[in-house]
Write a protein that binds this ligand. Sequence first.
Ligand code: PRT
Ligand code: MG
Length: 213
Amino acid sequence: MATFEGITIALSKGRILKDTLPLLAPLGIEPTENLDTTRKLIIPTTRADVRLLAVRATDAPTYVQHGAADIGVAGKDVLMEHGGEGLYEPLDLGIAKCQLVVAGPKDFDLSGRQRLKVATKYVNVARRHFAAEGRHVDLIKLYGSMELAPLVDLADVIVDLVDTGNTLRANDLEPLVHIADISTRLIANRAALKTKHTAITALINDLKEVLAP
Ligand code: PRT
Ligand code: MG
């Protein structure tokens, strides 16, 4: 595999992507392929020293942690679940904001249940949250549509993201406990921060300027 001397950025596909590109454009970083239609996974940009990787949102920290990408863009929820080992988190990009919550049927009595069944894709976050309350819970790992679980008695409650609250309301659920405010973060590989210090620091500072001119 040919080595790339410039900066490799892991971008989360999906809803974060369309909010990330306008932050990079003022830095002269624009993909040379249409990201909606290209099948390429390594995407050159209008800057010869910067290339993009289009990765699944949940995989972004993994690429950066192992140095396959120098920097990346990931939701705080994904970082909390991943653990953030080997990662530096220099910037809050302030996009894709939402909240991580425990949600369940309206007026559900969380304390009334001895052994709680919790469905989530955030099993580590959920385990930590309930352990901090001294509770053991049965965790059920799901990969999406968590809101369905309490409706069909797969779980009592879910740990999931909520933005407008429309999805919960449409399914007669409500937020019960707030766990964390979520937004998208810039992450950097700790080793790359040393070996490519000048280039990465310049990029971080340019991004800061875009966020708060
Ligand atoms: O598919 P994959 O597993 O790779 O990831 P994904 O499907 O989670 O990715 P994607 O593109 O959906 O984006 C995920 C990232 O966007 C998350 O990691 C968050 O950091 C951020 N984000 C911000 C959100 C939301 N807001 C959000 N509302 N991600 C998901 N939602 C979902 C939520 O899970 C729920 O089902 O939207 C629904 C609730 O929305 P409301 O407005 O009805 O409350
Ligand atoms: Mg998805």
